[in-house]
Design a protein around this ligand. Structure first.
Ligand code: UD1
Ligand code: CA
Length: 504
């Protein structure tokens, strides 16, 4: 086989225009997510990894959403989007990318937008196997080939054609070698040959797979066998879940290789792109999402969910914390049941305990808020102790207002801090205070009414209660006697007669 030219320029076309009817959803198939990325992200990313430039994405169903999602996940990539107005088949989809590749003279990779598990290694295999022939395509052996195009070989040669499930004769359906949906074609061959593809088949579609038969008639096609899992497509919800599991397993393996302890990789969810340092232990049922970065020597407790978080070295996140778009600095201790909403900055050595919620709040070095607290739009100085039940009243119904607490201040339990407010360095806030005014540094603020003790009050209350009970009993006994037996006085009373009794 002739060696490929060393620097054959490579472009890629990713097919992502279909609705994905078998998903049974309104949302386009390629927008469904696996490990935090839309399905179509993965083939595009892999094409970029083998230096395909440009990568042309064919969009159609929910075109704008698909383009927006890919641009969001690949902000600086050399992507071009082309619209396939009607989804007339995979060959038609490739043809709609022609104008975007005008003047390109090299090899064109063609990938399916619904095959997220493909690896760059597999793309390289297909590129290498093609060499200088007109067309290379990936095939795989499947125990259950249902739904895939079957690869038919010529008696004494290479692949002769690919026959789709719906067009296959019974004996062809028994073939277990299937088309993986990944191609590498010489650009000139591709454009010349696509024009010859017709739609005389069971689905009245223009099949890209016809390229194989057309190549076999002329320059010949090369089949490159690849590992099944990598090229498996997602066509329905079950396959989506399987792809997500497989992807998560890849991610878990990479983390473990890098020195991360996963107590149970089968009960771990991790988005693509998350980073975790060595010597970090991750307990079961943790979910790491988005652009989360975790340092080394950390412990992430069971059931915690971290999204777009930055966590420094040596941090302990106890079980069941929900943290988003915030940072936790070195050696801080968070949770259980801590909630960090966007914009929390948890300083070095800070302690946050159960049912503590932070939003847009900076906690200075060594500060503590161990129980039942809400801190919003606040700046809390170093070494501050925030007592149980403290609330920053940061919202007046219209605007948010800031709270500033100086270094070393002590906030007693159940303090209500009505923002905007500043508590000076080293100041003390008495427990149960509601504060509406600033507190100078070093002062003690009492924002509650003075306590009053009423001596003997309890005994008096008890006596009054007993008398009331006796009276009520007597009244009830009286009301229960038959009418004739009751004294006239009481009969009059019950009849509403207010006059004083005269008969005795
Ligand atoms: C296709 C192959 C089949 C192969 C299988 C591998 C054809 C005719 N069949 O079948 O041989 O075994 O992939 O997974 O190619 N798309 C468009 N525009 C269209 C039609 C499809 O962009 O007009 C896109 C879809 O969005 C999808 C991809 O092309 O991302 C593949 O289409 P799909 O309908 O899933 O093809 P399969 O039936 O799986
Ligand atoms: Ca498919």
């Amino acid at each position: 086989m002739p060696k490929p030219r060393r620097h054959t320029p490579t472009a890629a076309i990713v097919l992502a225009a279909g609705k994905g009817t078998r998903m049974k959803t309104r949302r386009a198939k390629v927008l469904h997510e696996v490990c935090g990325r839309p399905l179509a992200y993965f083939p595009v990313k892999r094409a970029l990894e083998v230096e395909a430039d440009p990568v042309v994405v064919v969009v159609g169903y929910q075109a704008e959403e698909v383009e927006a999602a890919l641009r969001l996940h690949l902000p600086d990539a050399p992507l071009r989007f082309v619209l396939q107005k009607e989804q007339l088949g995979t060959a038609h989809a490739v043809l709609s990318a022609r104008a975007a590749l005008r003047g390109f003279d090299g090899q064109i990779l063609i990938l399916s937008g619904d095959a997220p598990l493909i690896t760059a290694e597999t793309l390289r295999t297909v590129i290498e196997k093609r060499g200088r022939s007109a067309l290379g395509f990936a095939t795989m052996l499947l125990e259950n080939p249902t739904g895939y195009g079957r690869v038919v070989h010529a008696p004494h040669g290479g692949p002769a054609l690919v026959v789709e499930e719906k067009d296959a004769a019974p004996e062809e359906r028994t073939i277990k070698e299937v088309n993986a949906g990944l191609y590498c074609a010489d650009a000139a061959f591709l454009w010349k040959t696509l024009g010859r593809v017709g739609a005389k088949n069971a689905q009245r579609e223009f099949y890209l797979t016809d390229l194989v038969a057309l190549a076999a008639e002329g320059p010949g096609a090369i089949a490159a066998r690849v590992m099944p899992l990598e090229a498996t497509g997602v066509n329905d919800q079950e396959e989506l879940s399987l792809a997500a599991r497989a992807m998560t397993r890849h991610i878990s393996q990479a983390l473990m290789k890098a020195g991360v302890t996963l107590e149970d990789p089968e009960r771990f969810d991790c988005d693509d792109g998350v980073e975790v340092g060595a010597d970090t232990v991750i307990e079961p049922s943790v979910r790491l999402r988005g652009r989360t970065r975790i340092g080394s020597g950390c412990r992430i407790g069971q059931g915690s969910i971290l999204k777009d978080m930055t966590v420094a070295d040596g941090v302990v996140v106890n079980p069941y914390c929900v943290c988003e778009s915030s940072s936790i600095e070195r050696a801080a201790l968070v949770g259980p049941f801590t909630r960090l909403r966007p914009g929390a900055e948890v300083g070095e050595g800070v302690h946050l305990g159960n049912f503590v919620e932070l939003k847009k709040t900076r906690m200075g070095k060594g500060a503590k808020a161990n129980h039942l607290t809400y801190l919003g739009d606040a700046t809390v100085g170093a070494g501050v102790n925030v007592g149980c039940g403290t609330v920053t009243c940061n919202y007046d119904g219209e605007k948010k207002h800031p709270t500033t607490i100086g270094d070393g201040a002590f906030i007693g339990s159940d303090a209500i801090l009505v923002a905007p407010i500043t508590i000076g360095d080293g100041a003390y806030v008495a427990a149960g205070s509601t504060l509406t005014e600033d507190v100078p540094p070093g002062a003690l603020a009492l924002g509650r009414s003075r306590q009053v003790n009423k001596e003997g009050w309890a005994a008096g209350r008890k006596a009054a209660k007993e008398t009331a009970v006796k009276e009520a009993k007597a009244k009830r006994a009286d009301g229960a006697r038959p009418r004739e037996e009751r004294p006239v006085e009481s009969r009059r009373k019950s009849a509403g007669n207010a006059r004083s009794p005269t008969l005795a």
